[in-house]
Design a protein around this ligand. Structure first.
Ligand code: ZN
Length: 400
C-alpha cells in the first residue's frame, strides 16, 4: 500500500528562512526560521498520511495497522517505524552534541521519568528510549565538527596557539578525558585566557575573509558573530574547534555518526536519516539545556578519521549509500528521467521523498503523482513501478 505523506516543520532558531520553504514551493511571509522538515512517525511530531480519505498522523495509523511495517521489522523493532528522515537547513551552528546508545537512552529516560521531569521540560535530556545513530547526505557544501582529532593533529593545533599550549601540556600529562571535563566546565576567566588572544589576533583577518575554513580560529569568530556570543560570555563549546575534526562534506557526499561521537553541524543543508529518536545530549554552543555529566558519561574520546560516504557514481537508477554500521535505517537514491520505468519493491516500510523533478508511483490499478518536496509512505511488501515525468531524483528511506 502507498499513501501520500506530509511532514512536520521544526522552527528551531538556527534554521534558515528560505531553503526549506523555497524547496517546498511555500511562502514564508513571517520570515520564520525553517530548521528541519521531519518525515516519520516520531510521536513528538508525526507526519500525516492520507488514509481512507482523511489525514491521520502516521504513528496512529501504524498503531492500528502495524502490518504496514512488515514482519521482519516488527520482530526487530516492535510496532514503531524505526527511522526518521529529515531535511535540514543549518544557517547558524548547532550545539556541540552527541547521542546516547540504546542502553544509556533506556536508563536515562527511566531516570528522568522517576525524577518527574516532564517530557517537554527544558531540562529534559532523554525524550524517548531509543538510540540515535544518524547519517546525512549534503545538499550544499556542508561543514561540521565530527569526533576528536588524532593526538598528533590535536597537539599541533593547540601548540600553534600560545594561549592553548598549557592545555596541550595538561592533556599530555594527564588524559584527554580528565582535561576535557575541565574545559567544558571552565569559568569565564579561564575561557577568556584561552580564547581572547586568539580572537584579538584573528579579528581583522576574519573580517577581511582571509581565514581558511579548515582553520579553527575562523569558526570561533564565525560563532561569535552568527550566534551573537559576547566576548564577556564566551562558551566552552568554542574550545571544541581545536579538539574535534573540522569536516567539509561536499554536495552529494555524506557522513555517518554513531552513538557517543561528539559533533556539531556548522553550516549548510542536508538530508538526514536517523533512528527514530530525539535524544540529544548537549555540551555547549546553545541556549538549550546543557547536560555535562551525561555528555562526559557517554562521549567517545577515541581519535576519529572522518569517513566520507562518497557521492553516487553508478549508472543504475537505484543507489544505496553505504552505511555498514547502521541497523535501523538505509538510504537509497533513485535517479529518474522522463518515461523511465523503475521496478521497486519495499521489503520494509519505506518513505520516498522527491528531491527534484516529478514521478508517478504506479501500482497497477492505482497511481500516485509526486513532485519536488512531496513524499509517500510505502507499506512493507509493496511492489510498484516508478515512472519518471521529468528529470530528477528521490531518496528512499527504509531498513537495510
Ligand atoms: Zn546529532
Amino acid at each position: 500500500m502507498i499513501f501520500k505523506l506530509v511532514g512536520k516543520f521544526q522552527h528551531y532558531d538556527w534554521g534558515g528562512e528560505n531553503f526549506i520553504p523555497h524547496w517546498l514551493k511555500q511562502s514564508n511571509p513571517e520570515q520564520k526560521p525553517y530548521a528541519e522538515y521531519w518525515l516519520g512517525a516520531h510521536r513528538s511530531a508525526p507526519s500525516m498520511i492520507e488514509f481512507e480519505g482523511k489525514w491521520i498522523a502516521l504513528d496512529r495509523v501504524l498503531d492500528k495497522a502495524p502490518k504496514l511495517l512488515g514482519d521482519n521489522a516488527r520482530e526487530k523493532f516492535g510496532d514503531e517505524l524505526p527511522y526518521l528522515l529529515k531535511i535540514l537547513d543549518v544557517q547558524k551552528p548547532l550545539s556541540i552534541q552527541l547521542h546516547p546508545t540504546k542502553k544509556e537512552a533506556e536508563f536515562g529516560f527511566e531516570k528522568e521519568n522517576a525524577q518527574n521531569i516532564p517530557l517537554d521540560a527544558p531540562n529534559r535530556t532523554y525524550k524517548d528510549r531509543n538510540h540515535k545513530p544518524e547519517m546525512m547526505i549534503a545538499l550544499s557544501d556542508f561543514w561540521l565538527l565530527h569526533g576528536f582529532r588524532s593526538p598528533e593533529e590535536m597537539f599541533a593545533t593547540l601548540n600553534a596557539r600560545p594561549s592553548l599550549q598549557a592545555l596541550a601540556q595538561s592533556i599530555q600529562a594527564r588524559s584527554l578525558a580528565s582535561v576535557y571535563g575541565e574545559i567544558m566546565q571552565a569559568d569565564q576567566a579561564q575561557l577568556s585566557q584561552w580564547l581572547q588572544p586568539i580572537i584579538e589576533e584573528n579579528r581583522l583577518a576574519y573580517q577581511e575573509d582571509k581565514l581558511k575554513l579548515e582553520n579553527p580560529d575562523y569558526w570561533v569568530l564565525y560563532c561569535l558573530e552568527a550566534m551573537n556570543i559576547s566576548e564577556d560570555k564566551l562558551d566552552a563549546g568554542l574550545l571544541c574547534f581545536y579538539l574535534f575534526n573540522i569536516v567539509n562534506v561536499k554536495k552529494g557526499e555524506g557522513i555517518y555518526q554513531g552513538a557517543g561521537l561528539p559533533h556539531a553541524y556548522l553550516r549548510g543543508q542536508n538530508i538526514e536519516l536517523m533512528a527514530a529518536s530525539d535524544n540529544v545530549i548537549r555540551g555547549g554552543l546553545t541556549p538549550k539545556y546543557i547536560d555535562i555529566p551525561a555528555l562526559l558519561n557517554t562521549i567517545d574520546y577515541r581519535p576519529i578519521t572522518p569517513q566520507i560516504i562518497p557521492e553516487y557514481s553508478d549508472d543504475e537508477p537505484l543507489h544505496l549509500y553505504p552505511t555498514p554500521l547502521a541497523q535501523d535505517f538505509a538510504l537509497q537514491r533513485l535517479g529518474f528521467k522522463p518515461f523511465d520505468e523503475i521496478g521497486f519493491r519495499a521489503t520494509s516500510a519505506s518513505i520516498l521523498l522527491v528531491m527534484s523533478g516529478s514521478l508517478y508511483i504506479d501500482l497497477g490499478e492505482d497511481s500516485l503523482y509526486l513532485t519536488q518536496g512531496e513524499a509517500a509512505f510505502i507499506g512493507a511488501d509493496t511492489e510498484a513501478e516508478i515512472i519518471g515525468e521529468t528529470d530528477g531524483y528521490a531518496v528512499i528511506a527504509s531498513l537495510p
